[in-house]
Write a protein that binds this ligand. Structure first.
Ligand code: NAP
Ligand code: G4F
Length: 353
């Protein structure tokens, strides 16, 4: 596909980050292609507002079926699309679930990245066109941390199948950069959340529960380890950093973080307090949510990204919690309207993991 506008391909476009990144790129006049998986139920709700009818002239968003377990689908999409930039965000991204599905997680998160890197390498070799590549690396790779805060140099001590798979993908990306001169960068992103965060990640599980408890739709919130500490930032701020990495002349790896860490308990306290509730009255511990090996603390040092990319976070964890609670209170209001009209609601939201 030859065109004058810059063209990006996003894996994981239906996820939290993929949806914000697609918005950012469309706002910058990119043609955006996304790989989506076939699923029995619709999985595009995070990007439905961006949908454009492909039959109409001037359309700039295109979706293609593919899967990270299917190397052919990745190579074929790459050839068809001819992107300038590839953002590899697709993954089985839930750490707790990776203990239940270790082989699947490694297949998709580790081998999936290698399949995409190979597809990019071959595409470059055959066409002579340079493709810039972004790998969604994770602070989870630091695992059992011995050094606070963590930088790009901190030793990786992964503590889950997910983290092990991400370590593989991280080093595979660096290896392809060195071996084949690929313009490939890794963003080592610390936890980032939003109103679009999956409902089984702890922040969203909490803010969903706050809204529902406030309106009497839910009585208790069952959580696991309240003492874990994370460096939480806001996803729309973080996708900007992904884009900045691919605009540099030289590819490199960057920590993207807020620089502060708070505990799950503190996040719950400030979320409940936003609606005048006391978290202690509603939270119960369910050991089911403990992990076989936990990452106790993560705190990132984003000074390299600030220096080289001019990037810094804009949204504090307190402001983000307020945005998420307000959004989820609104969702709960809609649920309540449905319930009051006699519709059946799901038994629990964020019920597993
Ligand atoms: P997310 O909301 O879970 O989105 C994951 C995306 O990957 C979804 O679009 C999902 O499709 C897609 N996907 C999953 N398995 C796939 C497969 N086999 N083939 C093709 N696509 C597949 O994750 P996120 O929070 O946006 O995170 C984006 C990336 O950053 C992930 O790689 C994650 O591991 C990494 N990361 C996230 C954070 C964070 O705090 N959010 C921090 C560091 C790194 P469906 O919609 O069909 O499920
Ligand atoms: O929200 P979480 O599930 O996120 P986690 O495990 O830190 O992983 C997220 O961030 C990573 C970056 O470091 C990403 F790579 C990864 O894809 C994902 O986006 O859990 C956060 C903490 C954990 O310590 C967990 O044990 O919250 C604790 N927690 C306590 N109760 C809980 C719960 N986590 C979940 N999901 N559910 C609970 O009920």
């Amino acid at each position: 596909m030859v065109q004058d506008k810059r063209c990006a391909l996003i894996t994981g476009i239906t996820g939290q980050d993929g949806s914000y990144l697609a918005e950012l790129l469309l706002a910058r006049d990119y043609v955006v292609h996304g790989i989506i998986r076939r699923s029995a139920s619709f999985n595009t709700d995070r990007i439905d507002h961006l949908y454009q009818d492909p039959h109409k002239a001037g359309t700039q968003l295109f979706l293609h079926y593919g899967d990270l377990s299917d190397a052919n689908s990745l190579a074929a999409t790459l050839r068809k699309v001819g992107p300038d930039e590839v953002y590899h965000l697709g993954a089985q991204s839930h750490v707790r679930v990776s203990f239940d599905l270790p082989i699947y997680t490694v297949d998709v998160d580790a081998l999936g990245a290698m399949k995409l890197l190979e597809a990019v390498r071959e595409y470059q070799q055959h066409t002579g066109r340079q493709v810039r590549y972004y790998q969604a690396s994770s602070s989870e790779m630091f695992g059992d941390v011995q050094e606070v805060p963590q930088t790009e140099q901190t030793r990786l001590n992964p503590r889950s199948p997910y983290a092990c798979a991400k370590v593989f993908a991280h080093f595979a990306t660096i290896n392809y950069r060195e071996a084949y001169d690929l313009h490939a960068s890794c963003g080592i992103l610390f936890n980032h959340e939003s109103e679009r965060r999956g409902e089984t990640f702890v922040t969203r599980k909490i803010t969903r529960a706050v809204g529902r408890i406030k309106l009497g739709l839910q009585k208790k919130l069952y959580l696991g380890n309240l003492d874990a500490r994370r460096d939480w930032g806001y996803a729309p701020d973080y996708v900007e950093a992904m884009w900045l990495m691919l605009q540099q002349d030289t590819p490199d790896d960057y920590v993207i973080a807020s620089g502060r860490m708070i505990s799950v308990r503190e996040f719950a306290d400030l979320s409940f307090a936003h609606l005048g509730l006391d978290a202690k009255d509603f939270i119960e511990i369910d050991p089911r949510y403990y992990r076989p090996t936990e990452v106790d603390q993560l705190q990132g040092d984003f000074s390299k990204a600030k220096r080289a990319l001019g990037w810094e976070p804009k949204t504090t964890v307190e402001a983000m919690a307020r945005l998420m609670v307000d959004h989820d209170l609104d969702l709960a209001r809609r649920e309540k309207t449905l319930r009051d009209a006699g519709h059946t609601l799901p038994a629990a939201v964020g019920h597993d993991q």
